[in-house]
Design a protein around this ligand. Structure first.
Ligand SMILES: [Zn+2]
Length: 481
């Protein structure tokens, strides 16, 4: 560090101050240098109001906003109304709780100037139900060390808080029009997103959308997500008879339905474990080198487990398909008896390489299943929901602004990575608003355990991400339309 820090400036402010001594990294993108004092001012404001952001996040975690029959009645609406209050708190106008039949979302806006660019800020307030083991109560936020634990602390309460805090930090200096869309059915697969977005297109239209629902490379290293796999699923039922029969009297000439279904599922992968369905080839490759050791640790793999497929880990996760058996109905071991089961059912989840139409990918999976069912068993395939993947154009002014803002806030170069998961609205927004620039940011990291027990967010990372988004909005304002 070349200079002493101004009093009271720590954390992300310190990182920023550090960077001021190495201006080469700031000039790289060819932007007009804004006064350092302004960036320090924003960093100081982020510091000052960070406790408020933490409180906002704690309040969000306390609302069990998941959609399941077991959820407290009306909880999604209560959550949406709470978010609407938060939007009111940052001075947003035209706030509405909206739905096209799905979980209620919240929209609002802060309009500063007709001539300024418009940025849509997206996050979601619904969360996953809790099924896994938790070491604390999932809906009671707990801060341990540098992390806050609780359902939605990372996915995606942190995204909601990120937007609010960035806007608050900019205050009167906000130089873009901001539209906010806090979705209420993301964890259910956004079934009515298209309908909702079409219905409110004039309230969502923007030049740039910031989707804060993705992951950084680590709490210290910021990332922009530039590709996403699509997602699809099918439910497969295999039937061999109209009733169960005694396995002593009938076993041998008949293969039971669960066995035939297992044999069918086994044809989906080759001997290395790579997907063996024709037409589901990789659509690209990555130069990111992921640590296999970290991957194994994060997944909690048993020692010595062989990883499936070939090629780099990043390619297998981001550019190749995956098929997983996510549900299987047959008789449970506890209720089993010596009978030949006539029917079995399985749900298969398909991750689709970016750029491949998920409906087409699903059709290829169905064709494979129909081709490989054995013994003339009856096969019924129920089509699941398709979510498109995403491939970003990274050579745009908004990407340049985002790389600059995040690298300044974190004090580290931004990693451009893919994501194995899906955020269907990334591509749906591109279709609905042609020309819109889609930025995928977020406040998760590889240890966040989104969707699992002990979900958490890194608070120092949240603070850096808030500064990053505030700077991003500022640079987008400078860039004009
Ligand atoms: Zn999410």
């Amino acid at each position: 560090m070349g200079r002493p820090l101004p009093p009271g400036l720590t954390g992300s402010g310190a990182v920023l101050f550090d960077l001021l001594d190495t201006p080469s990294s700031l000039w790289r993108y060819g932007w007009t240098m804004i006064p350092a004092s302004f960036r320090l001012e924003i960093a100081a404001r982020v510091e000052e109001q960070f406790p408020r952001a933490v409180r906002d996040l704690e309040d969000l975690v306390r609302i069990p906003s998941y959609a399941a029959p077991s959820a407290p009645p009306g909880v999604l609406m209560r959550s949406a109304e709470h978010v609407a209050d938060l939007l009111r708190g940052i001075g947003a106008t035209d706030i509405a709780v909206v739905s096209a039949g799905g979980g209620p979302g919240v929209i609002g806006q802060i309009w500063v100037d007709d001539a300024a660019p418009t940025v849509l800020l997206y996050a979601h307030h619904d969360v996953q139900p809790v099924a896994d083991d938790w070491s604390t109560l999932p809906f009671e936020p707990v801060v341990r060390g540098e992390r806050m634990y609780g359902r939605g602390a990372a996915d995606d309460g942190a995204g909601v808080v990120l937007h609010l805090a960035a806007i608050r930090a900019l205050g009167e200096d906000l130089a873009v029009n901001v539209r906010l869309f806090i979705e209420g059915e993301e964890e259910s697969g956004s079934p009515t997103f298209s309908a909702l977005a079409s219905q409110y297109a004039d309230r969502l239209a923007a030049d740039v959308v910031v989707i804060a629902d993705s992951e950084n490379a680590s709490p210290e290293v910021p990332a922009l997500t530039t590709s996403l796999r699509g997602v699809s699923d099918v439910t497969v039922t295999v039937r061999v008879a109209d009733h169960a029969v005694h396995s002593g009297a009938f076993g041998g000439p008949i293969l039971d339905a669960p066995t035939l279904l297992c044999r069918l599922i086994a044809t989906l992968h080759d001997s290395t474990g790579a997907v063996a369905v024709r037409g589901l080839e990789p659509t690209g490759q990555s130069d990111v080198d992921l640590s296999e050791e970290a991957f194994r640790r994060e997944a909690g793999l048993v020692p010595g487990l062989t990883l499936a497929g070939s090629g780099t880990l990043a390619d297998r996760l981001w550019w190749r398909p995956a098929i997983d058996l996510i549900g299987f109905d047959s008789v449970s071991v506890a209720e089993s008896s010596n009978t030949i089961q006539p029917v079995a059912r399985a749900r298969l989840s398909l991750r689709v390489p970016p750029g491949l139409d998920p409906a087409l990918a699903q059709a290829r999976l169905r064709a494979h299943l129909a081709e490989h069912i054995e013994a003339g068993a009856e096969l019924e395939i129920e089509e699941g929901v398709n979510g498109p993947g995403f491939r970003a154009n990274t050579d745009t002014p908004a990407y340049t602004a985002a790389r600059r803002a995040l690298s300044e806030a974190f004090g580290r170069e931004v990693v451009m990575h893919g994501l194995g998961g899906s955020i269907p609205l990334a591509s749906e927004l591109s279709v609905l608003f042609p020309g819109i620039e889609v930025l995928l940011t977020g406040v998760e990291d590889p240890d966040s355990r989104a969707h699992s027990g002990d979900e958490s967010v890194s608070l120092p990372m949240l603070r850096k991400a808030i500064l990053g988004e505030a700077l991003l909005l500022h640079y987008l304002g400078l860039s004009g339309r």
